[in-house]
Design a binder for this molecule. Structure first.
Ligand SMILES: [Zn+2]
Length: 323
């Protein structure tokens, strides 16, 4: 029975979801970032925590519809050479002078886009626009979370150059889904960032430093586990090929606390960015926005976004079955 299974499901699934932390992790990260906020901010965010959580995957949803969206989620820094992590100009203008805008966009603009989002959020605080504050906070949370995934900082983002296809979703979706319930997510209070852009770059650097472990440990365990590397699990009415629980646990152990550490760092830095944008906007009184509720139009828009997203996911599944 199993040998008749169509593996294209897994491949299509991975191809479409090589995007960012899985839904589970993105939702958790945005949600938990709310609890880092100071008293002057936390009320408004807590009141809207369901939206901040749900909207955490909006930027991934847009990847299907917006052409420019893709490169905002990663930076293939190693494309620019061995020491590019340190040599790449941190500021957009200088980077464009060195490499040109088209090249930069081809290999990802994640840290610069985080900076753009930071300014947009600061401006939304300045005019005290609750709708924008919420949607930009959620979006910014998404991109910051992506910057904490090692595989978002390399051309070999899915192990496709080293025969490790599938490692992207394995690291960022399956591992958190299996093990995050045991993580400690107490990360303390949000702190002011002197330079948000450089803080985003630091996150990229720290992610990139983990890549050797991410790849090497998977290779050595693959040899050890041989055919026990994969197993089959029922997902809805389908059976899909997955990294076995045993292999996942061994890899997770070998990585030590890497996934937990990257999730914790993401939560903390999101809080720092939200807080910094608010401070730099002059600490507006957002307690006054606590009674904000979305207009019927906004609610409709949110429902529409959710419906579209569900449709896309159904289509993806159908596509898998048909192939
Ligand atoms: Zn993403």
């Amino acid at each position: 029975m199993l040998k008749h299974l169509n593996y294209s499901f897994l491949l299509v699934f991975i191809a479409l979801f090589v995007s960012s932390w899985g839904f589970y992790a993105h939702r958790q990260i945005n949600r938990l970032a709310v609890f880092t906020l100071p008293p002057d901010m936390i009320g408004f965010y807590k009141k809207n925590i369901e939206y901040i959580t749900e909207a955490s995957v909006n930027p991934d949803r847009r990847r299907f519809a917006v052409v420019d969206e893709g490169p905002r989620h990663y930076i293939d820094i190693d494309h620019f050479g061995d020491s590019a992590l340190y040599k790449m100009p941190r500021y957009w203008k200088e980077a464009v002078e060195k490499y040109g805008e088209d090249t930069l966009k081809a290999y990802g603009i994640l840290p610069w886009h985080i900076n753009v989002m930071y300014y947009r959020l600061r401006d939304a605080f300045m005019v005290k626009d609750p709708t924008k504050i919420l949607s930009l906070s959620a979006d910014l949370g998404h991109y910051l979370a992506d910057a904490h995934v090692p595989l978002h900082t390399t051309e070999n983002y899915n192990g496709q150059l080293t025969g490790q296809e599938g490692i992207h979703a394995f690291w960022e979706s399956r591992l958190p889904e299996l093990f995050a319930s045991g993580y400690d997510f107490f990360v303390g209070r949000a702190e002011y960032l002197k330079n948000p852009l450089l803080a985003a770059w630091k996150a990229v650097e720290n992610s990139n430093h983990q890549l050797d472990s991410v790849f090497m440990l998977e290779i050595s365990l693959t040899e050890k586990f041989a055919e026990k590397k994969f197993s089959f699990e029922a997902k809805g009415k389908q059976t899909i090929k997955v990294y076995s629980v045993e292999f996942s646990a061994a890899y997770h152990d070998a990585l030590s606390n890497m996934v937990e550490q990257r999730m914790r760092a993401a939560i903390k830095l999101i809080g720092d960015f939200w807080f910094t944008a608010w401070v730099d906007a002059g600490q507006p009184d957002i307690k006054a926005l606590i009674n904000y509720s979305p207009t019927e139009e906004e609610l409709q828009m949110r429902r529409k976004e959710l419906e579209e997203w569900k449709e896309q996911r159904v289509k993806i599944r159908q596509h898998d079955v048909e192939n």
